[in-house]
Ligand binder design. Structure first.
Ligand code: SF4
Length: 574
């Protein structure tokens, strides 16, 4: 054994050293019971398992270390160990040819291609896409509508990661959805399972009069970095990255595993004046934790290499024995943030700049509901319009109609937001009314003073097996009940989520609902625990539970009482 190998076997090699070792030493793998390899694809390691060497070595070595420590891998890691899920394309095609859905380990593997078999909620696939910063062309939007018509249920859902989902896809049509999307330049790889999800950015990037920096190039660079580095897949658990450029609409970056927040540093400081990014780590709102500032200042061109290094450290050191403890937060809890940043720094070709947050200028104010209504752009005479999509659902006719409006009156750009709605940008002042009328003609709205405007709901039990309630339907019932009874002078965020995974981030809502079963006599009915007072950014806060086990049928009236109390007793109208 070399010294490195001995140290590793004794469990003394740190994560960063493991990467170094894994990158160069195929022979090192052989000492761990793996065969030598020329680095090209899967090779047989023994009678029962196939172990790829090369880019996949990091996560295999991390698994081996777990085993060497006498621990048992969780079932999902065992499945990933048998075969890298990115290598399942042929199986996926075969399943389609035989008109059958995956079973067992294959369900997880197919999510690597963006196809989620959502039984028992539905006997179909859901396909989740990825698009950097949530921005796409009208041509792509129209094309996705065609895919949803041809192979799906004729609708799409906008998600809280500024993304789209196509549902109700038959087993035979899975590969056709993925390849038709690729023809449009839309990739689905890694949009589910233990991978880096859609990279989000500021929805108003490049058009926002208040922004510090346009995040589009960064979200795009991160997106392609992931797609072109196989070792960015197969993490211990899912992983989220967001770039906030300091504009009117928050990217909710503090709810991500890595949040990059643009800041300005003025003259006379220890670094040259200019725009930088703060590094925040460990956001996971379902576990009631926001990302924390790491005391690090990054130039824009350092963000992608730093994210890469953070992911590599996580890939090597995340928990592979317990899914509930496998997110980045738990490595941070175990190590402390300082050690994590130090391990990250070991993988970088440059030193990180430590710089106190207090020395940076405050972020320009967020416009809480700037994702709705009509707003002036930084480009003189141009406006963007926020389109309200009730609980994020769009028919394909509405998609085509919006794409036509974007082409005819805007720049042919559709910008999805983390608030489950979208923006049409670059509309000349004289065309704003025509776009508003066009939106209304599609049965949608742009008005910011509407209960529906700030309603966010996850998939719910109509399409997700984890859900305890039909969140989208109940969210709409809440809106239908409230709107004729109550007038809000500005929307309040109401987030309805079906289970503790909190895809709709119920802890962040002014009002948050978490699905649960509720006893009603001898029966169980769908219901919610109701939270209040959540927020993000400057208003960062985790909602407090106010009502427990409220039947879904009672929830609208309970929320009405909460809102009336708020309107009567709030300290100011701002
Ligand atoms: Fe499914 Fe739970 Fe996510 Fe809702 S929050 S979509 S129920 S996993």
């Amino acid at each position: 054994f070399t010294d490195d190998q001995k140290q590793y076997l004794q469990g003394f090699v740190s994560g960063s050293e493991l990467t170094r070792v894994a990158r160069g030493l195929a022979t090192f793998a052989s000492t761990l019971g793996l065969p030598e390899s020329n680095g090209s694809g899967p090779v047989k390691a023994g009678p029962t398992e196939s172990v790829p060497i090369g880019p996949d070595a990091v996560h295999h070595l991390a698994q081996n270390r777990t085993l060497a420590e006498g621990k048992k891998l969780c079932a999902q890691e065992e499945a990933k160990r048998k075969r890298h899920p990115l290598d399942m394309w042929d199986d996926l095609v075969r399943h389609a040819a035989e008109d059958r859905f995956p079973k067992g380990d294959d369900v997880l593997a197919f999510k690597y291609q963006g196809l989620f078999y959502v039984a028992p909620a539905q006997d179909s696939y859901m396909c989740r896409l990825r698009m950097p910063g949530g921005i796409l062309t009208a041509h792509q939007f129209r094309g996705i509508a065609t895919v949803a018509d041809q192979w799906g249920g004729g609708f799409t859902d906008v998600t809280t990661r500024a993304n789209l989902q196509i549902r109700e896809i038959k087993a035979a049509n899975g590969p056709a959805v993925v390849t038709d999307l690729q023809d449009l330049g839309i990739v689905t790889r890694g949009s589910g399972a233990d991978n880096i999800r859609n990279v989000t950015g500021s929805a108003t990037a490049g058009i926002d009069p208040h922004e510090l920096i346009d995040t589009r190039p960064l979200a795009r660079a991160m997106h392609y970095h992931i797609l072109n580095h196989r070792e960015m897949y197969g993490l211990p658990r899912k992983f989220n990255i967001a770039f906030d450029g300091g504009g009117a609409i928050s990217a909710l970056e503090d709810t991500n595993d890595i949040g990059f927040t643009a800041v300005r540093v003025g003259e006379g400081k220890a670094v040259p004046a200019g725009v930088y990014f703060r590094l925040q780590l460990g956001g996971i709102s379902g576990h009631k934790d926001f990302a924390k500032d790491e005391g690090v200042l990054l130039t824009p061109d350092q963000c992608v290499p730093v994210a890469d290094a953070i992911v590599r450290v996580f890939n090597e050191n995340g928990d592979r024995t317990d899914r509930k403890k496998a997110r980045l937060k738990y490595v941070l809890d175990r190590w402390g943030h300082e050690k994590y940043v130090a391990e990250t720094e070991k993988l970088l070709p440059f030193k990180l700049t430590r710089f106190p947050l207090a020395e940076c200028e405050p972020r320009p104010a967020v416009v809480k509901h700037g994702h709705l209504g009509v707003h002036q752009q930084k480009q003189t005479g141009l406006f963007y319009l926020g389109v309200l999509l009730p609980v994020g659902r769009l028919t394909t006719d509405q998609m085509r109609g919006l794409a036509d409006l974007a082409d005819k009156y805007g720049s042919g750009t559709i910008r999805l937001t983390v608030w489950q709605n979208l923006l049409i940008s670059d509309v000349a002042g004289e065309n704003v009314t025509a776009v508003q009328q066009g939106i209304e003609a599609l049965g949608l709205h742009w008005d910011a003073t509407n209960v529906r405007g700030a309603l966010v709901a996850c998939t719910g039990n109509a399409g997700c097996k984890y859900a305890a309630a039909n969140t989208k339907r109940h969210a709409m019932e809440i809106a239908n009940y409230l709107e004729p009874r109550l007038e809000l002078d500005h929307p309040l965020n109401i987030h309805v989520t079906g289970c503790p995974n909190s895809c709709a981030q119920h802890y962040l809502g002014d009002i948050g609902l978490l699905g649960t079963g509720v006893e009603a006599g001898d029966d169980m009915v769908e219901g919610y625990h109701i939270f209040v007072g959540g927020g993000y950014g400057e208003e960062q806060g985790i909602g407090r539970e106010m009502f427990r086990s409220v039947a879904a049928t009672d929830a609208p009236a309970v929320i009405e009482r909460m809102l009336r109390a708020y309107l009567e007793r709030r300290e100011s109208d701002d």
